[in-house]
Design a protein around this ligand. Structure first.
Ligand code: NDP
Ligand code: 8X3
Length: 265
């Protein structure tokens, strides 16, 4: 908790699921002196989360909700400059915003779905990273700061009906690993956390709002909760500066691969 005190943390996709849980977990872990910049498209939700955090931990955590569509390069370009001065010295970027659309096989995938997945999960993550790197690089010792990318088991084990989503998460992995090499002479930590099955709004989004199809994904399973992943995100951010938890894969106990899930009958 001490190591996180005084930090400014930016979370993308903080309006739901893993990103939302990260906001609460950072606030609970370092409740005395922390700045949280919560971003997503649904800013009303971010405002509610900000109010809930204030209620829970008090005024030690300053929370700034910011409407930001990471898939829009222009919005990302204006993001850092648009922050109030006191939130601009970003220490940690959690690149969490992401989504999957559909389960179509390659010939049938809608062009719009292909584009939104790549623009959000890949280009959005890259553009956000480019936006904060100048701040990180301006620090002594070649630079300092944390980039925590949320990948997926899907980036390691592609599966039928998920070709585009899996390709986006494989791209995240490649970008993360290359960036870590490029920044080797700095104190900037580039880390990736790859969850398996987590019950969030992820499947509701995948099935275009069809809750019953989403529920069927988790039937008979005991999925991870978004809090489980948030605990790991906050853990890696809170290690001693010379410790880089470079790569983490997290399953619920009944999962052993992208498609390897044991279901209770
Ligand atoms: P949720 O759908 O619950 O949350 C996704 C978040 O991403 C929302 O806050 C949403 O906010 C945000 N988001 C989506 N598109 C954009 C955009 N264009 N700009 C800004 N924010 C955006 O799903 P999860 O919490 O599960 O997903 C979080 C991350 O975890 C994703 O990268 C996902 O791929 C990854 N993941 C999820 C797994 C799972 O099983 N759930 C497993 C492995 C990885 P808003 O709509 O308000 O913009
Ligand atoms: C989400 C995991 O396997 O449902 O990233 O696509 S999976």
């Amino acid at each position: 908790a001490k190591r996180l005190e005084g930090k400014t943390i930016v979370i993308t996709g903080a309006s739901s699921g893993i990103g939302r849980s990260c906001a609460f977990e950072f606030a609970r872990t370092a409740p005395k002196h922390l700045k949280l910049v919560l971003t997503a498209r649904r800013v009303d939700r971010l405002k509610e989360i900000a109010a809930q955090i204030k209620e829970e931990v008090g005024d030690g955590v300053k929370v700034l909700p910011v409407a930001l569509d990471v898939a829009d390069p222009e919005q990302v370009r204006g993001f850092v400059g648009g922050l109030p001065e006191e939130f601009r010295s970003i220490d940690v970027l959690v690149n969490n915003a992401g989504l999957v659309k559909g389960v179509a096989r390659a010939p049938e995938i809608a062009e719009e779905d292909i584009n939104v997945m790549f623009q959000t999960n890949v280009t959005g993550l890259i553009n956000m990273t480019q936006a904060v790197l100048p701040i990180f690089k301006a620090r002594p010792d070649g630079g300092a700061g944390d980039i925590i990318n949320i990948g997926s088991i899907a980036g390691r084990e592609p599966y039928a009906g998920g070709s585009i989503y899996c390709a986006t998460k494989a791209a995240v992995r490649a970008f993360t690993d290359a960036l870590r090499q490029e920044l080797i002479a700095t104190r900037i930590r580039v880390m990736e956390i790859d969850p398996g099955q987590v019950e969030t709004e992820f499947s509701v989004v995948r099935f275009y709002g069809d809750k019953s199809k989403a529920d069927a994904v988790y039937a008979g399973c005991d999925p991870l909760t978004p809090d489980d992943i948030a605990e790991v995100v906050v853990f890696v951010a809170g290690r001693r500066q010379n410790v880089v938890v470079a790569d983490t894969l997290i399953f619920p106990s009944h999962q052993a691969g992208a498609g390897i899930l044991h279901r209770k009958q």
